[in-house]
Design a protein around this ligand. Structure first.
Ligand code: MTE
Ligand code: MO
Length: 372
């Protein structure tokens, strides 16, 4: 059993798949803290968790022509300036379960918890690439990452991001060795993972083994044959993965974490809570909440500090206390966020349905019963 050596996990996690291990925190825990505690940070593994010996670990950086290839130990990596940044990671499949209700999709049934936030620390990828002789290029180029996890044929998890993002110090791409002040937990990539602020989880390669700069995107299955969006009209007979770009930055997203769907609340006042985030460093500027299915709206209060313009890498937790009319027996609570490019979420799922169930960011709706 290749999974026999997987680490133990927190019992509060809601498991979507045991082997490979995929799990999300329940909604009430997800937004309890702005920073997600490591043990309940959502976990998305495609393969068994490798058991990497930190003493013999080497990160291979393929050098530029005329540059120098590097084989970095952990101590070598610690010598680069240590950079810290708070980043929200979201899987492209977050909220897939809602898309699956419209029409069956292929993929794990994530609810609203395939998203979490941590304070990451490590070396900036731009500093490491510079040491290997990499400079901005006129022609298209990509930084390819390979994990130390592999399938039975020996194929490793892999992904890539554009070189321009990797070399931009303002993009704050990290080779992270710390998560919330601790060494990375095994499930989250010990000893080193990539953190790409504002970008889909799939590019943030864990158990990082190799970094190279190529003229093409990674040839990995997960770069070329997965994690792409399509029209609702495309099915498994007609899909052409070469026709769609790989997902990088994600669209604006929000969800309600309290109350939960099917819950019972008392009439009078109801407190509604949730999260909101947008990709590409776009800040969430507003969250609108409705308790009547979208007929009328109120603005939620955003918690936490505002972030740097164009570098809003982390989510906002939000809340709203609303008056529940006495005669009301049921509420349909809805939320939708707006980012600083005035991007909004679509109101329903059907028009954004796609066969892989990715990019599921319609208005989030929960129904609750009211008791007097
Ligand atoms: N890196 C490796 N090596 N193997 C993987 O299976 N999964 C990716 C990414 N990096 C994955 C990986 C996906 S799809 C996501 S959403 C994030 O890791 C999840 O990171 P987390 O498990 O730390 O939340
Ligand atoms: Mo993912």
């Amino acid at each position: 059993d290749p999974y026999a050596d997987d680490p133990s996990r927190h019992p509060a996690l809601r498991i979507n798949s045991q082997r490979p291990f995929n799990a999300e925190p329940p909604p009430e825990l997800l937004t309890e803290n702005y920073i997600t505690p490591n043990p309940i940070f959502f976990t998305r593994n495609h393969l068994p968790v490798p058991n990497v010996d930190p003493d013999t670990y080497r990160l291979h950086i393929v050098g530029a022509p005329g540059g120098q290839s590097l084989s970095l130990s952990l101590d070598d990596l610690y010598k680069f300036p240590k950079h810290e940044v708070t980043v929200t990671l979201q899987c492209a499949g977050n909220r897939r379960a809602e898309m699956n209700k419209v029409k069956a999709v292929k993929g794990l049934e994530w609810r609203t918890g395939a998203i979490s936030t941590a304070r990451w620390a490590g070396a900036r990828l731009c500093d490491v690439l510079a040491q290997a002789g990499h400079r901005p290029r006129e022609t298209e180029a990509h930084v390819c990452f390979e994990g130390l996890d592999s399938d039975p044929t020996g194929t490793a998890y892999g992904a890539s991001i554009p070189l321009a993002r990797a070399l931009d110090p303002e993009a704050e791409v990290l080779l992270a060795y710390e998560m919330n002040g601790q060494p990375l937990p095994r499930d989250h990539g010990f000893p080193v993972r990539v953190v790409v602020p504002g970008v889909v989880g799939a590019r943030q390669v864990k158990w990082l083994g190799r970094v190279s700069v190529e003229s093409e995107e990674s040839h990995s299955h997960w770069q070329r044959r997965d994690y792409k969006g399509f029209s609702p009209s495309v099915d498994w007979d007609t899909v052409d993965f070469d026709q769609a770009p790989a997902i990088q930055e994600l669209p604006v997203q929000s969800a309600i974490t309290e109350p939960q769907d099917g819950a019972t609340v008392e009439s009078g006042e109801v407190t509604i809570k949730g999260y909101a985030w947008s990709g590409g460093g776009r800040a969430v500027i507003r969250v609108d909440v409705s308790i009547d299915g979208g007929l009328t709206w109120q603005e939620a209060q955003l918690e936490g500090e505002e972030q740097c313009p164009r570098k809003a890498w982390a989510w906002r937790i939000w809340h709203l206390t609303a008056q529940v009319p006495a005669e009301q027996k049921e509420l349909e609570v809805v939320c939708k966020a707006v980012d600083d490019s005035y991007n909004v979420q679509p109101d329903t799922v059907a028009p954004i349905w796609n066969l892989r169930g990715v990019l599921s960011n319609a208005w989030h709706r929960v129904r609750v019963h009211v008791v007097p």
